[in-house]
Ligand binder design. Structure first.
Ligand code: GUN
Ligand code: FE
Length: 454
């Protein structure tokens, strides 16, 4: 019989936005297949064998129990709701440029290199390994415009064990000749081919989904947006992602291209692209009307606080507290490479900083976020944005085990742990000062994808 994985120690997860649960002396039992079979709190080390016998899960005699040390704990894997895989090799470049210049001068030349499948495999392999190393167990990836490279990205996520949404990027105008879809028809055809490929390699959607990915309205003609809206309507399982209301120059330009629409929410909704499966990156400038419509339509926001303050043009602090107050779903995105960092821990910290700025800008109305709140955004909040909250995002019986084993004692830059630190203090030190050196092991659906003794 295959041995069953069991952890004993501290588990930390969010039950909701403001409910951080710290379970000490907890036992978590995994089923083969990667689901959580049992969780118990307050079990001394000596009582673990007895508990396992009483649970009668079958295989208790073979259980492989991992006893965690005081400085180790488990948290759910991070969900990166907005990430550009082909920008992996350009992270950090063009950081003070405005968004449209940055696209033209830095991004399009780089992304065009993915017409070469050999190059694509090399960069995407590093990309998936790199993000898994950062504890990103789920990523919503934009691909390049190329179908072949996008299929390679999906293959690599499956092979390396990362849960992912992978999207062929659609763009057929306002981009150079060397980097745009030839026609509406070819763009839609390539999209359908990528959808079919992902369904073929992962028929049950255990790890992968194709995500419909119009880059943004500036780069898509009406007929392309309409065609993608049609595909979304015919395929109720496919998520949708785009950039929305990111920067003043982008919003103004969009208005000149679509004079019939007063704002971007109405525009994307008109083409059938706003549903509860939509992941909208940025949403920095939002009118009352737009926020109300997002709430009605059930869309999720990918908050990308790092890129909002680097590329883009200016200081763009999305009204996250306002979204949360209205019950709009919010997760965090690295927006790598617009965002210079591929770490969700960095996105959490930047979300805190930006929210403090927002508190000042709103004369105290929109209170800054707390550490438990940004942790929620990076885990359960992101899972909700991806409509995956029934499967991942927190530790619950029946959910799949996507988790990080944090080691607060690793040599790195993290604040040292003191003898009398509580579990919450160690957790806060990790969130504010830890990095990937403190993430010893990463699990997706119970499969070890980083670290461990292999
Ligand atoms: N808007 C359109 N394309 C992009 C992109 O690649 N990154 C960001 N941050 N915004 C965009
Ligand atoms: Fe982006």
């Amino acid at each position: 019989m295959k041995s069953q994985l069991v952890f004993h120690g501290t588990l930390i997860h969010s039950r909701s936005l403001d409910d951080l649960a710290i379970l000490e002396n907890a036992v978590l039992v995994l089923e083969t297949g990667g689901r959580i079979a049992a969780i118990r709190e307050g079990v001394s080390r000596a009582k673990v064998p007895e508990l396992l016998r009483s649970l009668k899960l079958g295989g208790e005699d073979h259980a492989n129990v991992r006893f965690l040390r005081r400085t180790e704990f488990l948290i759910p894997g991070f969900v990166d709701t907005h990430n550009h895989a082909p920008q992996y090799a350009q992270r950090g470049l063009g950081q003070s440029m405005h968004i449209l210049d940055w696209l033209e001068k830095v991004t399009f030349p780089n992304e065009s290199r993915f017409s070469d499948p050999v190059y694509a495999r090399r960069v995407y392999s590093r990309c998936v390994d790199g993000f898994l190393g950062q504890g990103i167990t789920t990523a919503s990836y934009y691909g390049s415009i190329h179908a072949e490279a996008t299929k390679i990205l999906a293959d690599l996520c499956l092979e390396k064990g990362q849960r992912a949404f992978v999207g062929k990027c659609n763009m057929n105008r306002n981009a150079p000749d060397y980097y745009r879809d030839e026609s509406v028809e070819s763009s839609l055809r390539d999209t359908e081919a990528c959808v079919a490929h992902i369904r073929c390699i992962d028929p049950e959607g255990e790890l992968l989904k194709h995500v419909l990915t119009p880059r943004f309205a500036i780069s898509c003609e009406d007929a392309l947006l309409a065609g993608l809206g049609e595909i979304a309507k015919r395929n109720g399982d496919l998520p949708i992602q785009t950039h929305m209301n990111e920067a003043a120059t982008e919003i103004e330009y969009t208005k000149t291209l679509f004079p019939g629409f007063a704002n971007e929410v109405d525009l994307y909704a008109h083409f059938g692209l706003l549903t509860e499966r939509s992941i909208l990156a940025h949403c920095c400038y939002m009118s009352e009307h737009e926020m109300e419509r997002l709430k009605e339509l059930g869309c999720g926001v990918a908050h990308c606080p790092v890129s909002n303050m680097t590329v883009g043009g200016g200081f763009m602090a999305a009204p996250v507290r306002d979204f949360l107050r209205r019950g709009i779903k919010v997760g965090l995105g690295t927006d790598s490479g617009g965002g210079f960092s591929s770490s969700i821990l960095d996105a959490m910290r930047q979300a805190l900083i930006v929210s403090n700025a927002r508190e000042v800008m709103s004369q105290g109305r929109d209170k800054g976020l707390t550490i438990p709140e940004v942790f929620y955004l990076a885990t359960l909040g992101g899972a909700r944005v991806c409509c995956l909250e029934d499967r991942i995002g927190s530790f619950q019986i029946g959910k799949e085990f996507d988790a990080l084993l944090v080691n607060a004692d690793s040599t790195g830059v993290m604040t040292m742990v003191e003898e009398d630190d509580s579990a919450k203090t160690i957790f806060d030190k990790f969130i504010m000062t830890g990095d990937d050196r403190n993430i010893d092991e990463v699990y997706v659906r119970g499969r070890l994808v980083k670290g461990g003794i292999s």
